[in-house]
Ligand binder design. Structure first.
Ligand code: ZN
Ligand code: ZN
Length: 241
């Protein structure tokens, strides 16, 4: 069993418990409420993603498939995201990811479930988070996507599988690399540790940037028996950013 950062794990367990018992300040405006990481007003003002491409979640004027996906379809069959990756949601995600603001787990999971249920499509059999490499997991103490996967699975009544898909190479962080380097960086990054009994999977990641990470993970799942992959993310980065 790998040595985990127990300090970090304990801190976020306590934060989680605290948020259930006592009012917490909104991460953005400081207003105290029993609600969530964000108050209602700040949640409403987030950069919500409107109509978007069904396959890659790129914003569109009307829902459909974008030109890029028509020309070069990504391996996943569908994608959805809650927000455009802009201020202030980028700060919220950074806090969720690096600063143990795990109180965001509930808010993001709740909002994702609302969106998922609006689609009136059958649910996937299983939810799989984009894994962190074991050395990065040790450093950070938790994987925010795995937290989200657990919470979503509970709300939707499906399974979360956090162990079958692994990151076999410790890739450099994608930020700061060119498009070409990002693609190369992720080659063979993922593997499965056992044959997968699933046909329909939802992959969870925090931000959909170029799509290389989720594409590489989707390919790995599809090479191992999965037929349909959908990608659920909190935010979609827009190319001109
Ligand atoms: Zn607020
Ligand atoms: Zn698209």
């Amino acid at each position: 069993m790998m040595a985990r950062n127990f300090g970090a794990v304990l801190t976020h367990r306590l934060a989680e418990l605290y948020s259930k018992l006592l009012p917490i300040p909104c991460f953005l405006c400081g207003e105290f409420s029993f609600q969530d990481a964000l108050c209602k007003a700040c949640t409403e003002e987030l950069p919500w993603l409107g109509a978007h491409c069904r396959q890659c979640a790129m914003p569109l004027n009307v829902s459909g498939i974008c030109g890029q996906c028509l020309q070069h379809p990504p391996p996943q069959q569908a994608s959805l995201a809650l927000f455009r990756y802009e201020t202030p949601i980028n700060h919220c995600i950074a806090a969720f990811k690096f600063h143990q603001q795990l109180v965001f787990t509930h808010l993001f999971a709740k909002l994702l479930v609302d969106k998922i249920e609006q689609r009136q499509q059958p649910l996937p059999e299983v939810i799989i988070p984009i894994p962190l490499h074991s050395s990065r997991l040790r450093q950070r103490g938790y994987n925010q996507s795995a937290q989200l996967a657990d919470n979503l699975a509970k709300r939707l009544g499906v399974t979360a599988d956090k162990y079958s898909l692994i990151r076999q190479r410790n890739t450099s962080p994608q930020a700061g690399l060119s498009r070409k380097q990002r693609k190369r960086n992720l080659k063979q990054a993922f593997a499965v540790i056992k044959p997968l009994p699933y046909k329909r999977v939802a992959l969870i990641d925090d931000v959909y940037t170029t799509g290389h990470t989720v594409a590489e993970a989707s390919r790995c799942l599809q090479q191992n028996g999965v037929e349909e992959v959908e990608v659920w993310t909190i935010a979609r980065a827009i190319r001109h950013y």
